[in-house]
Design a protein around this ligand. Structure first.
Ligand SMILES: [Zn+2]
Length: 100
């Protein structure tokens, strides 16, 4: 990992941690490669380079756990809803199929 950033805990990320039992594993903080933050212009996968457009999300998939060990979420991760509503589409994204 070339660079890591700390993200202030929010209600969403605290719930994500709690509903997946990460707090029981000693969750400490989210970790981000360059390109995983909102508005990033660089790619963190494959051979790097630039994105075609700024990143429109925030990739919560890596975290520091108990004892400073880096861990990643996997396909079993439960994603809490941010709003009431109905799910109308689920994309088959490579992050959903492949652990990091
Ligand atoms: Zn993303």
């Amino acid at each position: 990992m070339n660079s890591e950033f700390a993200l202030k805990k929010t209600g969403f990320s605290e719930y994500l941690v709690r509903c997946n039992g990460l707090d029981e594993l000693g969750f400490e903080e989210w970790l981000f490669h360059p390109g995983m933050l909102f508005g990033a212009l660089d790619r963190w996968w494959a051979d790097g380079g630039n994105r075609a457009k700024p990143h429109e999300g925030l990739d919560l998939c890596l975290y520091r756990g108990l004892g400073g060990h880096n861990r990643s979420l996997d396909e079993r991760t439960k994603i809490p809803l941010t709003y009431d509503g109905e799910i109308v589409k689920i994309d088959d994204d490579f992050l959903g199929r492949k652990g990091l």
